[in-house]
Write a protein that binds this ligand. Structure first.
Ligand code: 26V
Length: 818
């Protein structure tokens, strides 16, 4: 290594040197005196001090990467739901104590500064948070890698409740500036849209195609540093921001049409303006496709022209990179790479296709048919005409292969076509990804199985070698070390350091489940965390809860398949039985039912469910006859930051989706790792959690996937459950009577109850009785706090498998080195 290129920033910090750097940032970075500095000034100065320290390691990492030229991974994702950066970066660099001591001496509260950071919420939910966990683990596992995505100016909307109903507000996360990003306008990339494709011939008479786009956008890269946990590696996350192209501006300005120029600029910059808040029903919006192509085109060009050495022979691309496609959102990269190789570099189709098929791999994150992305051919052809041609050709050759493999099977050909004919001619992005990708993976064992057997069965038959599983994981840095310092200290005291990067070592806690003193201390930690959570929601939302009641948490996007309504039916049924005298108050376990959920702004049923949860909550919380035994807490705007105080406080984790619908879930893992017990269906990664923690420490209920399929096939009639189960009927009738809506039986009350009784798409009524029974098992277990704590400790001890470090090692073994 060449030391003369190393930056001069201090390699290690003492409290003195840290204080000096911090004060320098206050004065020269923010341009204020310390005694005049606002909290935000101090936050920014602190962040920049940490950033400078990280930058040294980052440049070292880049230098090493350029020198060694090892195979790398590019994780391409439309979402990275990072959460706050400052605390995480203090943890990764081990600067936390020095920073605290330094600020103490200056009379500044570190925690207050950390809390001023607005989290970058550049994702919807599980898929985006998984991408953030993965970049953390890639760095910690020392994998040369880069994350590519979009720098949305507005992340996931901020949720407020008005009269119990969700109201969305723009998320201005950049309002006070972000100290973590480093823009590089000099590395901007130009991306085309629209226009025509022309044929031309070269001197030798060879035919070519040329795309002449009719408008362009500039992509400006913003780099974020992603530190590994105390290992000196700092990887890059590169997010693209859209700008109007200069040439375009000048041309129009010079033509004198100022207004048009400004309008064009706005149109260009709209591309990275806002994250689409739908996370299960693709809306087929043109702007969304523009976003996808924009970030993918920028990223491919960046990788080929900036990351790889100048004279690199692209025939060897597969030796240097796997582009991991996070769902179908970046799949337009497939025809884009083909176009780069064929149109811009003059390659033959066959050579380009051979390379393309080796460098992409596709991760599927859903099972819902309506969530599989398709793009109408009309729209795609208008925006990306050359890409559509390429997709057609890929499809032609693929269908030829299908005909060879299954002669005469016309039906199969139609089923497998990348182009769907009905209801409108469209490109099936998951099929394109499966045909082009070297590997296709699901995100939990059950999910991968269902992909092979159902969603993509024809493809699995044709390309069995492509299909594999990588069960999701979560980063123990953010979701244990950072968010649950007391549990972390207790674990470290018991089994020593090292578990944070080697999570299977939690197994060593198993014997301590039988140690009464350890259990007492474990309970003490939970109890402290519950009080901390109670304090946070009291201040943040004005919600009062008892710190001693069981914390029963259901936090995830609001979706019918996730069945928040089933949880609600349980709550209402408890309340109905208490108020009707069937259930003595003394027999009711004190519980706080915590909900956290955003609904897609256009998803009417989901928004109605939020309104109903809030209505039920208001009634129950105000009913003095319950003596505070039951509470419903629905803090608005559930996000990564709130998750960090809720999850360590939780006793019970609700994972109650209809079996066969939740691809994996990752919240389920975070709760188990923090000592909550799960009440759950046999779905997603719940299956693996239960196998690992053991049936005695997991509350399984409800139909499994085959039972769901059978019932669906034999004709599900939800009304019969309503008719036959009197508790269920009483609960639904109570809602329908207007008991929670001040006597109002109209609007959302009748539409929700009617849809459950008459249709119940995800069979909540069929699972109601089993769910209530499971909840009774929960209460019986909770009544024996020693037994409960033992189960909780075993949940922690046996969940080490769910570290995203393990997921990354699985990707390495099954996909990236394959
Ligand atoms: C779809 C769309 C459609 C267009 C608008 C924006 C958008 C954003 C996301 C999605 C796909 C959502 C799929 C998803 O989030 N799946 C979740 O992935 C988690 C990580 O693998 C997994 O744990 C959850 O079970 C799965 O629902």
């Amino acid at each position: 290594m060449n030391d003369t290129t190393a930056p001069s920033a201090a390699r290690e910090h003492t409290v003195e040197s840290f204080t000096r750097e911090f004060l320098r940032e206050v004065n020269f970075g923010q341009g204020v005196d310390l005694d005049r500095a606002s909290t935000n000034d101090k936050y920014l100065a602190l962040a920049r001090t940490v950033r400078a320290y990280l930058t040294t390691r980052w440049l070292e990492t880049l230098r090493t990467q350029r020198r060694e030229q090892k195979k790398a991974v590019a994780y391409m994702s439309a979402e990275f739901l990072l959460g706050r950066q400052l605390e995480n970066n203090l943890l990764a660099t081990d600067l936390g104590e020095i920073a605290r001591d330094s600020l103490d001496l200056l009379g500044i509260d570190l925690v207050e500064l950390c809390n001023t950071e607005i989290e970058p919420g550049l994702g919807n939910g599980g898929l985006g948070r998984l991408a953030a966990c993965f970049v953390d683990s890639l760095a910690t596992e020392n994998v040369p890698s880069i994350g590519y995505g979009i720098r949305y100016e507005y992340g996931i909307f901020r949720q407020r409740f008005e009269d119990g109903r969700q109201v969305e507000e723009p998320d201005e996360w950049l309002r006070l500036g972000s100290p973590w990003e480093m823009p590089h306008p000099e590395n901007a990339v130009k991306v085309g849209f629209g226009g025509r494709v022309e044929a031309w011939k070269d001197e030798s008479g060879r035919a070519h195609r040329r795309w002449s786009p009719d408008w362009h956008v500039t992509g400006v890269p913003y780099n974020y540093m992603v530190p590994g946990y105390r290992n000196g590696r700092v990887n890059t996350l590169r997010l693209w921001s859209a700008r109007a192209t200069q040439a375009f501006d000048l041309a129009i300005f010079n033509a004198g049409d100022y207004t048009d120029a400004v309008r064009a600029q706005t149109q260009a910059e709209n591309i990275s303006k806002v994250l689409y808040p739908e996370d299960s029903t693709p809306q087929g919006k043109e702007l969304r496709l523009q976003q996808q192509y924009f970030f993918v085109a920028c990223s491919l060009r960046d990788f080929v022209e900036k990351v790889l050495p100048e004279d690199f022979d692209l025939h060897r691309l597969p030796e240097r990179i796997t582009f991991q496609l996070n769902d179908t959102h970046p799949v337009i990269a497939v025809p884009e790479l083909m176009r780069l190789l064929i149109d811009e570099r003059g390659w033959e189709w066959a050579d380009a296709w051979a390379v393309t098929q080796k460098v992409f791999a596709y991760t599927c994150h859903t099972l819902l048919p309506e969530a599989l992305e398709v793009w109408p051919v009309d729209l795609l052809g208008r925006l990306l005409p050359r890409h559509l041609e390429i997709i057609y050709r890929i499809n032609e050759e693929f269908l030829e292969q299908v005909r060879e493999a299954f002669p005469g099977d016309m039906l199969r050909e139609r089923h497998m076509s990348i182009i769907a004919e009905e209801p409108v001619r469209s490109v099936r992005m998951a099929y394109l990804a499966t045909v082009a990708g070297a590997k296709v993976n699901g995100v939990a064992e059950l999910h991968s199985q269902l992909l092979r057997d159902k969603v993509l069965s024809d493809f699995a038959e044709m390309f069995p070698h492509k299909f594999t599983n990588v069960t999701n994981g979560v980063t123990p840095r953010r979701f244990m070390a950072l968010s649950n310092p007391r549990l972390s200290a207790l674990i470290t005291e018991a089994i020593g350091e090292g578990w944070v990067t080697d999570l299977e070592r939690l197994r060593e806690l198993e014997p301590l489940a039988d140690d009464a003193e350890f259990r007492r201390r474990f309970r003490e930690v939970k109890s402290h965390n519950r009080a901390r959570f109670a304090g946070v929601i009291a201040e943040r939302d004005g919600i009062e809860i008892s710190p001693d009641a069981m914390v029963d948490a259901m936090v995830k996007r609001l979706h019918e398949y996730k069945r928040q309504s089933l949880k609600l039916l349980h709550i209402v049924s408890l309340y109905e039985r208490i108020t009707s005298g069937a259930l003595p108050l003394a027999d009711v376990t004190p519980r706080t039912f915590v909900f956290g959920a955003k609904a897609a702004p256009g998803y009417v049923r989901a928004k109605e469910t939020i309104a109903l949860i809030n209505a039920v909550g208001r009634t129950i919380n105000a009913d003095a006859s319950l003596e505070g035994r039951l509470k419903v807490a629905f803090p608005a705007n559930y996000n990564v930051t709130l998750a960090e105080t809720l999850i360590p406080a939780a006793d019970l984790s609700e994972q109650i989706s209809q079996a066969g619908k939740e691809a994996s879930g990752t919240g389920n893992m975070k709760f188990a790792l923090n000592g909550a017990l799960t009440v759950g269906t046999d779905d997603g990664a719940n299956v693996e959690i239960r196998q690992l923690v053991g049936d005695d420490h997991f509350f399984l209920f409800g139909m499994d996937e085959p039972a769901v399929s059978d019932l669906q096939a034999s004709g599900y009639r939800s009304a019969s459950y309503y008719e036959q189960d009197k508790d269920l009927r009483a609960a639904l009738d109570m809602i329908a009577s207007g008991a929670f809506t001040g006597g109002d039986r109209g609007s959302f009350v009748s539409s929700i109850t009617a849809s459950l009784i008459e249709r119940d798409r995800f069979m909540a009524l069929a699972d109601f009785r089993a769910y209530v029974d499971a909840q009774e098992r929960v209460e019986a277990h909770w009544a024996d706090q020693e037994a409960w704590t033992r189960s909780a400790v075993l949940n922690v001890a046996r969940s080490g498998y769910f570290s995203s470090d393990r997921s990354i090692r699985d990707y390495l073994a099954r996909i990236w080195n394959a």
